[in-house]
Design a protein around this ligand. Sequence first.
Ligand code: FEO
Length: 395
Amino acid sequence: MAAIEIGKDIVWVGALDWDRRLFDELIPLPDGTTYNAYIVRGRDKTALIDAVDPSKSGELLANLQEAGVRRIDYLVSQHAEQDHSGAIGDILDLFPEAKVVTNEKCKAMLIDLLRLPEERFQVVGDGGTLDLGGRTLEFLLMPWVHWPETMVTWLREERVLFSCDFLGAHLAQCRPLLCDEHRTLEAAKRYFAEIMLPFRLQIRKHLERLAKMDIAMIAPSHGVVYPAPALILDAYRDWAGEATKNTALIPFVSMHGSTREMVEHLSGALIRQGVCVVPCNLVQTDIGELAKELVDASTVILATPTVLGGPHPAVAYAAVLANALRPKTKFATVIGSYGWGGRVVESLTASLGNLKVELLEPVLAKGLPVEKDFQALDRLAAAVADKHRSLGVLP
Ligand code: FEO
């Protein structure tokens, strides 16, 4: 790859992972990802902010060489997860003078996860600083941007915020600086949904803290660098806030067409009522896309056939995922088809215990839906529209 200067004596030395398609063996990566790492040079000292995934250690070392880095005094570890810390051992081997600068909690996790030697650490607290010589790094603890130990780094003189996972995106592109706002925000929203959605209250507190700072540039550890921070900060305020949109999300599976017919009828009825519909065929939709749609949908309607007396496993998984992500969804229900019996409504609603939702009347059809089922779906669409009006998201 290449070392790229993003500011005076601030050099991107991270790694691109164009073709990685799965993170944590769980999260799909349609756009690959990046592990951003940055060199910040002061008059006297040099700091490396974050390392990279262990699989990309060679790229980091090559970029450090290209950037002419002969000495690293401080390796700032903002987050212990291995995609940012996995190459720390290689850096410590190559730069014996380097200290790992991090907070107490992150230090303990790095020792647990990577077995790094305790004597190589220098611990900082919230508001702690490092003087590089004419440049100051200040560390701000920002836990629960999905792990409890994460911190961000503020380069005071240049007003650059190195934000680690926070404000990042799984997105590989050949230049570190933002170039495609729409693509970036889609990837950032997906990333927010996948790991930060359950922690939105914490995220809001972090955003309030950042609002008091005059930030010139945001440099996350995934995705692109934001030279105009309002773009991503405004988006985060929206995603982390309590307001939902006039959207009904319908995660569905249909085995023989009956449930699909119900989804299609309900979608049409909702659209006629003025509600935006997002059907997600779970056989084709990846969970990141589903998570992204959960960020601001007012209503979630799980649509499933009955399999072995319960919901289709893909729909059960969608319910478990929604429950884990704890979106701000206000209303939920279940529709679907059955052959001779089953407990899909009880099973799925039991899986949504973390959600503060009002359950709307479910609609179940025996076999292919008939007129009375379509009428029930029409009533459900009207009820959803009424609820959205009560939220003020539908005029
Ligand atoms: Fe990008 Fe939580 O690691």
